[in-house]
Design a protein around this ligand. Structure first.
Ligand code: PBG
Length: 322
């Protein structure tokens, strides 16, 4: 035998030396759900370990996170007034705007603040855009999304992340931000977002389930890998700085194909359902949580993710799993 691959697996030292994938804390983004009010820390049943925070409590929790290196956040607003036109989503008084201002005032450049841009938590019907005759109307939705992104940029967001899957929204957001002097606000596109059952727990957390129908007329069909590249290329042409694939675990092929087809950083979103399944199985003693979580994280990186958005981030950092 002139090939014995086991030679390079003999002990931890040699295994570390030849490891092909390295993970770094710099790759992780941690999501937060923010609600109006004061002194609120409210558990989200379907996502053990993840809470709703009012802005005052958010500041305290972020400070704790910063101590262990959690310095990139993705903010979601929950519990604002729901209207047909999603007007609270682009208000300069929204809970997300308040959170951005307070976070930036308190932590300045030590913290990188990213905001989710989508109206599903702000519409009465729970769809990610504006309805015309029961159809999510693309171009009027794009106008609202651009205004929402602008409100976040004006409040001081470092990066906006549109998650709605309307056509042309990346270009429209980029153009509006630039025209108002926010050419340095970065844009991470949820470029390849599939209509997925893995978002179930999130919809409880964000109170954003559609009242009627589903999201299949705007989010992607999970059978389509070529179309995923088309969506990503369009967002790249429209000016996205980072391209994201979502969900992550069932879409490793898409992550790896996108990594091979773009020069931009590729992010993956390890979504709520993926998180909650791990938490539930671990609670039952069926799996080893730390080992499963880290295997998943390395797999995202091996597939080609430069950036990982995950609810596990806090555990990974606080418990020293990385
Ligand atoms: C809003 C949005 C969703 C998620 C992020 N932004 C839900 C959806 O599209 O239904 C999902 C995040 C998660 O499941 O962790 N459109």
């Amino acid at each position: 035998m002139n090939q014995r691959p086991r030679r390079l697996r003999k002990n931890p030292i040699i295994r570390e030396m030849v490891a092909e994938t390295r993970l770094s804390k710099n790759m992780f983004i941690y999501p937060y759900f923010i609600v109006p009010g004061k002194k609120i820390v409210h558990k989200i049943d379907a996502m053990p370990g993840i809470d709703h925070f009012s802005v005052d409590e958010l500041l305290k929790d972020v400070e704790k996170g910063l101590k262990v290196g959690v310095n990139k956040l993705l903010l979601f607003g929950v519990g604002e007034e729901k209207t047909k036109d999603a007007s609270s989503s682009f208000s300069n008084n929204s809970v997300v705007v308040k959170a951005i201002k307070e976070l930036k005032r308190t932590f300045g450049e030590d913290l990188y603040v990213i905001t989710d841009v989508c109206v599903c938590a702000y519409t009465t019907h729970g769809h990610c855009g504006i309805l015309h005759d029961d159809y999510v109307h693309n171009d009027s939705s794009v106008e609202v999304l651009a205004k929402m992104a602008l409100a976040h940029a004006q409040a001081g967001a470092d990066m906006v992340a549109p998650s709605d899957m309307m056509d042309g929204r990346v270009g429209a957001i980029r153009a509006l931000l630039d025209s108002k002097g926010f050419e340095n606000t970065a844009l991470m596109s949820y470029a390849v977002k599939f209509a997925s059952a893995f978002y179930g727990p999130f919809r409880e957390a964000a109170d954003s389930a559609p009242q009627k129908g589903d999201r299949k007329s705007y989010q992607m069909d999970f059978r389509n890998g070529r179309e995923a590249m088309k969506e990503a290329m369009l967002d790249e042409q429209e000016g996205a700085d980072i391209l994201m694939v979502k969900p992550a675990l069932a879409y490793m092929d898409v992550i790896s194909n996108l990594r091979a087809n773009t020069l931009l950083p590729v992010a993956c979103y390890n979504v709520s359902g993926e998180y909650s399944m791990v938490k539930a199985a671990a609670k039952n003693g069926w799996i080893d949580e730390q080992k499963i979580v880290m295997e998943n994280m390395y797999a995202f990186a091996r597939a080609g993710s430069d950036i990982i958005i995950s609810y596990h981030t806090r555990d990974i950092f606080e418990k020293g799993w990385l």
